[in-house]
Design a protein around this ligand. Structure first.
Ligand code: SF4
Length: 440
């Protein structure tokens, strides 16, 4: 059997670089005549409140428009750009609309006649993905003739890398997203993610690495101008090469290990031809894990402040995006509240699997899952329950106060502002261009 082709191209100029990546791997060679095409960018986060770092977080509008142009050159008439942005309130229709507007998608609508779609405004369809995984998927992608998948080349705190297959998680409903972060130690997040592409129509994946990210855009995160495009008609091959470029062997990435077993494919690159740039010439190691103390009980940024009397154990794969959205704000609020006097043996537990550490005096159970998992624990002296799924910001603030951590309410009232505060890092760095996220 022939090998799968993956093209690695250095991004140099609008349209021509994407064209080269597509041509080298013959990415649109199997585009059916009069195809209904579904484009999936990656808009993992958005806020209307403040500008925030999008580099290496959101697919560049430059790459999206270039792909639309290449499809139009092939006389594709029906093109839909769709995303299911995670918002704190799943009923929020304004934030996704603001994202599409800010990214210039209305101009693409006018210029090329494409459609845009917030998948939360559509019904979802129950889909069996094999191996016992059943998730509610957006039906538009499943009913399209061809998918153009446009993830960002980045690492991820829970899945090590977030590439083509993981990008499809943006097309399942809220219940399915929560389900993916299962407490089951075998059928866990990686097991679920590995199946996301199992019912995918014919597709082309282009990993947008104009900007890449390690450890996300906040705190210890680092965004880089990497100027890379990785393209393939085979999503699994694109992800294997993407992982190598970010410095990880596919065998180190659990969802790729599951996918290889599922697809009955080798985990190494023995079934892949890499053309264009060599992996070795473009690879650079990107950290993925948020740094914690050696015992995993406190984030390093809090340790550096000298914080005592607090345990905030390292997140695991069971905390879903809705609860983990709290983490940035909680950490900022806690850091700000530290005045040098040790807190009274407080522990904050998250996700679905954590157990209390015996001897702690106050245990904050963040979210419905933690409350249910530990409500009868004998190792808790004083439980401070933050119910709700996801919990409310006010309840989280009250819980900190009850535990003796006098957090400033402003962090919770203006939660989105936290994302904006990280923009300062990019002042005076011309390589971080906002224009990549505009259509002109
Ligand atoms: S409580 Fe949090 S971790 Fe549990 S399902 Fe809800 S959002 Fe996810």
């Amino acid at each position: 059997m022939g090998k799968y082709t993956v093209a690695i191209v250095r991004y140099e100029r609008p349209l021509e670089s994407v064209r080269r990546a597509v041509d080298l791997c013959k990415g649109l060679a199997h585009l059916p005549h009069k195809a209904k095409v579904f484009i999936k960018p990656n808009i993992v986060f958005w806020t209307r409140t403040t500008p925030f770092p999008k580099w290496g977080v959101v697919t560049t509008s430059r790459v999206v428009e270039d792909m639309v142009i290449l499809l139009k050159e092939r006389e594709v008439e029906e093109i839909t750009i769709a995303e299911g942005i995670t918002t704190f309130d799943p009923q929020d229709r304004e934030t996704p609309a603001h994202a599409f507007e800010s990214l210039g998608y209305p101009i693409l609508r006018e210029r090329y006649g494409i459609k845009t779609l917030n998948v939360f405004e559509r019904p979802f369809k129950k889909v069996e993905l094999g191996a016992g995984v059943v998730l509610n998927f957006n039906p538009d992608i499943l009913e399209s003739d061809f998918v153009v998948n446009l993830p960002v080349l980045k690492t991820h705190a829970q899945t090590i890398v977030s590439l083509g297959i993981k990008n499809l998680k943006g097309l399942i409903d809220v219940a399915s997203r929560k389900k993916c972060h299962s407490p089951d130690t075998v059928k866990d997040l990686n097991y679920m993610v590995a199946r996301l592409a199992n019912k995918l129509p014919p597709s082309f994946t282009l990993l947008d690495g104009i900007y890449t990210t390690e450890r996300g855009p906040f705190f210890e995160g680092r965004l880089r101008r990497s100027n890379l495009l990785i393209a393939s008609s085979d999503i699994f091959s694109a992800d294997k090469v993407g992982a190598k470029v970010l410095g990880y062997e596919p065998s180190q990435v659990p969802y790729l290990v599951h996918a290889a077993q599922d697809f009955k494919r080798p985990l190494d690159l023995s079934d892949v031809d890499v053309i264009g740039e060599e992996i070795e010439s473009v690879a650079s190691f990107h950290e993925y894990a948020f740094p914690y103390t050696e015992d995993g009980m406190l984030p390093r940024p809090l340790e550096k402040l000298g914080i005592k009397g607090l345990s905030y154990p390292q997140y695991d794969s069971t905390i879903c995006t809705y609860c983990s959205g709290f983490t940035t704000v909680m950490l900022m609020a806690i850091a700000n509240a530290w005045k040098g006097k040790p807190w009274d043996e407080v522990e904050i537990l998250t996700g679905k699997r954590m157990k209390p550490t015996p001897g702690k005096k106050k245990t904050i159970l963040l979210g419905k899952c933690m409350v249910q998992a530990n409500k009868n624990s004998k190792d808790i002296q004083e439980a401070i329950e933050v119910k709700g799924c996801p919990p409310s910001l006010q309840d989280a603030l009250n819980a900190l106060k009850q535990a003796g951590i006098d957090a400033n309410p402003a962090f919770f009232e203006k939660m989105d502002m936290a994302a904006g505060s990280f923009m300062k890092r990019f002042e005076g760095k011309p390589e971080f261009e906002e224009s990549f996220y505009k259509v002109v």
